[in-house]
Design a protein around this ligand. Structure first.
Ligand code: PXG
Length: 288
């Protein structure tokens, strides 16, 4: 494995950053998780756009252009020669002093890791996930906007711990007003009466790259789409429900808080969407 740090390559054992890096000290940074399918990077441009938006939000100058970063990502992919895998792109504020001011950090730390991906078992794609609505609410927009992908994932981690402690597969998070936001690391969709709905991003959902792809696929199979307010009642009473994310792709939800959703197995529309999404990942992507 060859890991990129600030323009240099290191083995997994030698890839190190300073304990004074503000990404570690304060979670001060941004990141992306990107998928490689068949030696092609899926929606690289959209991931880079989101990364630069996240960086702008935290007032971080990445220091190189999106074109240069894109070339670096593709070079790391080439060097690691994985035909299917996962890219983790991290930009931290860089090395500074123990004070939290970014003024002590002259240069950001840019890390690119390419690795194999750990995913849910095939059984979960057939029988669906058991999801728990957790008490941890999604970060509020006026404190840390969940539309950006920052290194500050404690909110999601606390949610994930809560669900895991009760042996659920995933956590569903509400926003501070009680509307459905998203799962701990995935977006949520419901299908009812041939309409596909997902929480609007301003309600606390990340604008997922997979979410975006699913919103493109839906009209192709005759579904209306809607980005809106959803409550728990909308999920409990859905015909079908699934989560989307770079790692999970499209995965059905069979149970939420003890309520069976639909038949409790992957529904027919969800299966169609999974099929279309697979076709998309096979056909698209930036080659390296
Ligand atoms: N919401 C949150 C909070 C996320 O972190 C998504 C939604 C889905 O977005 P994308 O763009 O991936 O469709 C994410 C993405 C991991 C891992 O290591 C997490 C994500 C992506 C890749 C890997 O658990 N989260």
């Amino acid at each position: 494995m060859q890991i990129y740090i600030n323009g240099e390559y290191f083995s997994k054992e030698d890839a190190r950053i300073s304990v004074f890096d503000h990404g570690l000290l304060y979670g001060d940074g941004v990141f992306e998780g990107i998928r490689i399918y068949h030696k092609r990077v899926f929606r690289l441009e959209r991931h880079l756009q989101r990364l630069y938006r996240s960086a702008r939000y935290i007032n971080l100058d990445i220091g190189i252009t999106p074109e240069e970063l894109s070339a670096a990502v593709l070079e790391v992919c080439r060097r690691n020669a994985l035909s299917d895998g996962y890219i983790r792109l991290i930009v931290t504020r860089g090395t500074g002093t123990l004070g939290l001011s970014p003024k002590s950090c002259p240069k950001p730390t840019l890390i690119i890791i390419v690795d194999k991906l750990a995913i849910y078992s095939p059984e979960k794609y057939e029988n669906g996930l058991k999801v728990l609505t957790v008490s941890t609410r999604r970060n509020i927009v006026d404190a840390l906007d969940p539309q950006l992908k920052t290194l500050n994932y404690l909110n999601n981690i606390l949610a994930s711990i809560e669900a895991g402690r009760s042996d659920f597969d995933e956590a569903l998070m509400l926003n501070s007003q009680g509307f459905v936001a998203e799962a701990a690391a995935d977006n949520i969709f419901v299908i009812r009466d041939q309409r596909l709905s997902t929480p609007a991003t301003y309600l606390g959902a990340l604008p997922g790259i997979t979410r975006e792809a699913i919103l493109e696929i839906a009209p192709q199979i005759g579904l209306e789409t809607c980005e809106t307010h959803l409550t728990l009642a909308d999920i409990y009473n859905a015909d079908e429900c699934f989560l989307t994310g770079t790692a999970a792709e499209v995965i059905p939800v069979s149970k939420l808080d003890g309520r069976l959703i639909g038949t409790g197995k992957a529904g027919p529309v969800t299966k169609q969407i999974i099929e279309k999404f697979h076709q998309m990942t096979q056909a698209e992507g930036t080659p390296f």
